[in-house]
Design a binder for this molecule. Structure first.
Ligand SMILES: [Mg+2]
Length: 201
């Protein structure tokens, strides 16, 4: 089976990593700010948990060295990806980002997963692109992403919505209104993947 994994909030816990970078950037006046929690993040641009940041400052955090030197991972996802690879499955990562962000992701992913293929797309956040650029239906594929838009746009045989939030998981701006398969924990995801692999035998 071919697996296509999204990166942000599927492999990287990008919200937590951004929060950590945000606190680090404001360490001198940390008492003046409310420490945000990813559970309170409902907007894709994270403005609801970091309201004092402008677009450029947020982008600076997301692309910055602190982010890439201190990436917080989704617990258990690296192990799951490695075990799928060990069982002979093909692993591909598909991610969007501005140039700097995508270049840094490439370096990081190449180090973490030397066996993987990466199909990065440099795009402006406003661009309306799909991740189906390499035609996911050309062979049986399981596509795992945290955004309804990308899953809806995909023609992969199996699409799974992954949510890092254990409770009230599917009420965020980016993951609402998904009617397909869902997983809100690694155990859940392993179970859904095992079920699909069983039906594909
Ligand atoms: Mg994502």
């Amino acid at each position: 089976m071919r697996f296509v994994f999204d990166i942000d909030n599927v492999v990287y816990n990008s919200i937590e990593t951004c929060i950590s970078a945000y606190i680090d950037n404001r360490i001198t006046d940390v008492e003046d700010i409310k420490i945000p929690s990813s559970d309170d993040c409902y907007q894709f641009n994270m403005k609801d948990i970091m309201p004092d940041l402008g677009d450029n400052e947020l982008q600076y955090i997301f692309d910055g060295d602190f982010f890439f030197e201190n990436i917080i991972l989704i617990e258990g996802m690296t192990e799951l990806i490695n075990s799928l690879h060990d069982k002979g499955h093909e692993i591909i990562f598909a991610t969007f980002g501005l140039t700097k962000n995508v270049c840094k992701k490439l370096v990081d992913l190449r180090r973490r997963f030397p066996f993987c293929k990466i199909t990065p797309i440099v795009a402006d956040w406003g661009d309306s692109l799909s991740k189906d650029f390499f035609n996911m239906n050309s062979q049986p594929t399981i596509f795992i992403d945290d955004q309804t838009k990308y899953l809806n746009d995909s023609n992969a045989a199996h699409c799974i919505m992954f949510s890092q939030f254990a409770e009230n998981s599917y009420d965020r701006e980016w993951n609402k209104n998904w009617g397909g398969l869902k997983a809100n924990s690694i155990n859940n995801l392993e179970w859904v993947v095992a079920m699909i692999l069983e039906t594909e035998k």
